[in-house]
Each structure stands twice: as C-alpha cells, then as structure tokens.
Design a protein around this ligand. Structure first.
Ligand code: SAH
Length: 394
C-alpha cells in the first residue's frame, strides 16, 4: 500500500511534539454559529433539509459529496443547484480538525495528532496487517475512567468529542492513505479503542458509527466496526437497542477485588453484571462473539490460576480473548508479563476451547500502541496534576 506523506509532515517525526504543541496558540481559536455538516448523520441530515423545506434526497446527495467524493467545498456540489448552495454557504460549514502531525512507524502504523478548534488535541492510529487495515478512533478528549495501566487516563478528561470530530478522524486517514473505506481498501476496519470511553459519549459515538456504516458515507459492515468498553453496563444495554456493531470488553481481571483496583468503574458495574450485559448483547445475534481484552500485567493478573478462572467466567458466552502485552509509559510501575507467561496463559485458554489471540504490539516506536494515546488534553478534572506526570508524546 502506498502512503502519501509530504516532506513537511515527515520532518515532524523527529521534532519533540511538546515543542510543536507549545507553539499552538489557543487564544486565536474561532468559534462559529454555523452548522458543521460533518456533525449530521443521515437521519439528522434529512431533518436538517426538511427544516429548510428541501426534499430528503438532498441528504443523500450531500452525504455522498462529503464521504464518497471527499469534497469540502459546497460550490463543487453542483447537483444541489445554485440557490441551495448559496443558502447552505450562509448557514453551514465543513470544518475538520487540523492535522498537527502525521507520524509513520517503522511497521507501517501511522499516528495522527489532530488539533480541535478549542485547542485540545486527540490521536488516531492506523494499523495495517495483511489484507486488513484497522483505524483506531478516539471518542473523548482524555478519559474520565481511571484504569491504572492506561496512559490516556493520566491525562485527565476534558470533554466528549462531537460527531464531526469522530468522523473526521476517518476522513483524515482516508486522505492520507487513499482508496476510501471499504473491503479491499486501505481502511477495512474501525475500532473505537482510541482515547476515551465510547459508551460515555453515547449519542455522538452511535451517530459517527452510523456514518461509518452508511452506504451513502463509508459503507463499512457492522462486523468491521468494534466498540471497546471498560464496562458501562446501562449504556451497553442501550447500545444493543440502537446498534449491532461488534463488541469488545476490557476485562483485564477475573475477580472484582482486582478489577476494582485496575478498572475502577468495576465498583459501579461488577464483573457478573458486565458479563450478563455481554450475554444480552449477543443473545439474538447468531455467530457473533464478544471479544474480551485482557492486558498482561506481570505478577498482577497473569497466573495460570487466573487463566482458569477466566475460562470459568466466560463459560456460555460466545467469546474470543485478546491478550494484550502491557505497553509501558513513563511513570508506570507495571511491567508486561514475559513471553513465557503469556504463552502459558494463552495455552490454558486455548486448551479449554477459547479462541485466544495475542495482540501484537504495533507502532511502539511512535507511542501508538494501546493505552499510549495521549493527545493534548486541557485537563478539567485535574487528574494529570494529581498523578504528577504530564506525559506528552515525543
Ligand atoms: N475505554 C475503552 C477503549 C479504550 S482503550 C476501553 O476501556 O475498552 C483500548 C484497549 O487498550 C482497552 O482494552 C484498554 O484497556 C487497553 N489498554 C489501555 N492501556 C493499555 C496499556 N498501557 N497497555 C496495553 N493495553 C492497554
């Protein structure tokens, strides 16, 4: 696959991002009262045109321009007619986040740092593997959950991303990688596994995923979109009613005592409630499985006994297990489990009949691996200060 990088973008690779970000001036941010057309999924777009007294097919035309033709200039959308284009230009805009840098890794992984109009920055990562290209998309600026092994958590939390900020991550990646989104193209899969907890930004994430699946937009199949959650049970139950994307659950522990510590949202929604909700999620979906993510933390959750407990816990749930070697970041006391320990853990699960994949660590040289996405968050809950570590990518 051919990647298109300009020279100026490439030079960013060796520039400490801290310095780059410090140069960004937040005081000149523009606010706009116009409707960003990238904020509207098909339903919202139809309602928008209905409000204007226009026919519903206008929504289809506009979505195709935005996502299939990748056009941002309303004047280019000639089939809308001149009068409608003029009205649209008065009330609407098409605004994307600014690409601060685009950083390719040695293994083909690409990470983008995107600056939002309020000055916050988020990260998006592309991971090619064989005939599959997965885009890892962020859902929030930072994260309000406090998973102890995740560096995004240390950044604190600022706000939910708008629909346009989520779907723009796909547009930005498509522009770099070429070829659009669909089977056989650069991006074949999307995982909501970037910064943030997607189920805590429910409506916007659902709308953005709808656009990813919409044939008028990116047309990805529901199986190729995966939402990953730390386990917000009521929202997961709601998701079942409005969407049927693939589900990944960050389990990481086999008992509540440990999970309460490392995934604190477990205190609110303990393991048995979470697993019951997973069962409900796939109850009427034949052939679907829940992916359980399990980060391998040395001496914490990686014993053979825990592997056996995991087998017992997942009995009766069509599942896949994804073992993730812990990706370290500055300031953390955790270590990743050794290869032998992960092998033994995996073997125990496989021998019990569980499909178990060991996730390769990708994009390590650019801090693009799971839990290493940090962006630049104007922390509103002051967690970064409490941690005493304000880590930036560099
Ligand atoms: N909030 C969502 C999605 C974001 S993280 C969730 O919790 O599922 C995507 C995955 O990476 C999660 O399974 C998360 O637990 C895992 N992860 C976070 N930090 C990690 C780290 N340092 N090393 C390996 N995996 C990590």
């Amino acid at each position: 696959m051919k990647l298109h990088f300009s020279l100026s973008q490439m030079t960013c690779v060796n520039v400490p991002v801290n310095r780059l970000l410090n140069k960004l001036d937040n005081e000149h941010l523009e606010t706009s009262s116009k409707v960003n057309l990238l904020n509207l999924d098909q339903q919202a777009m139809k309602a928008f045109f209905a409000d204007m007294g226009e026919k519903a097919f206008r929504a289809s035309q506009l979505l195709k321009w935005l996502y299939q033709q990748d056009i941002d200039d309303i004047d280019t959308m000639t089939n809308l007619g001149k009068a409608l284009r003029t009205r649209l230009k008065e009330t609407c805009e098409i605004v994307m986040p600014e690409v601060v840098y685009e950083q390719p890794s040695k293994d083909g992984t690409v990470k983008w740092l995107l600056r939002l109009t309020d000055g916050n920055c988020i990260e998006t990562v592309y991971i090619p593997e064989g005939d599959r290209g997965t885009l890892c998309v962020s859902s929030q600026v930072g994260c309000a959950l406090k998973c102890t092994f995740c560096s995004t958590a240390q950044q604190g939390f600022n706000r939910n991303l708008e629909v346009h900020e989520i779907i723009s991550q796909v547009r930005v990646a498509v522009r770099t990688l070429g070829g659009g989104v669909k089977d056989g193209r650069a991006i074949t899969n999307v995982v909501m596994m970037g910064m943030g907890e997607p189920l805590l930004n429910f409506d916007n994430v659902v709308s953005a995923m709808d656009l990813m699946m919409d044939d008028l937009a990116f047309g990805l199949s529901k199986r190729r979109i995966t939402l990953s959650t730390a386990g917000v049970v009521p929202a997961l139950d709601r998701l079942r009613e409005v969407s049927d994307v693939s589900l990944a659950v960050s389990l990481h522990a086999t008992n509540d005592e440990l999970r309460n510590q490392i995934v604190p949202i477990n205190k609110k929604y303990p393991i048995h409630e979470l697993l019951a909700s997973c069962r409900r999620y796939i109850a009427d979906k034949p052939h679907r499985k829940v992916t359980f993510e399990y980060v391998m933390l040395e001496g914490i959750n990686d014993s053979v006994d825990e592997a056996k407990e995991l087998v017992t816990l997942l009995e009766g749930i069509p599942s896949k297990v994804n073992l993730i070697p812990f990706n370290p970041f500055p300031g953390t006391d955790y270590q990743t489990s050794s290869r032998e320990v992960i092998d033994r853990f995996q073997e125990t699960l496989i021998n019990a009949g569980l499909v178990t994949i060991r996730r390769k660590t990708r994009g390590e040289d650019i801090d693009a691996a799971c839990g290493q996405l940090v962006g630049k968050v104007q922390d509103r809950i002051r967690r970064s200060a409490r941690f005493g570590v304000i880590k930036q990518v560099n």
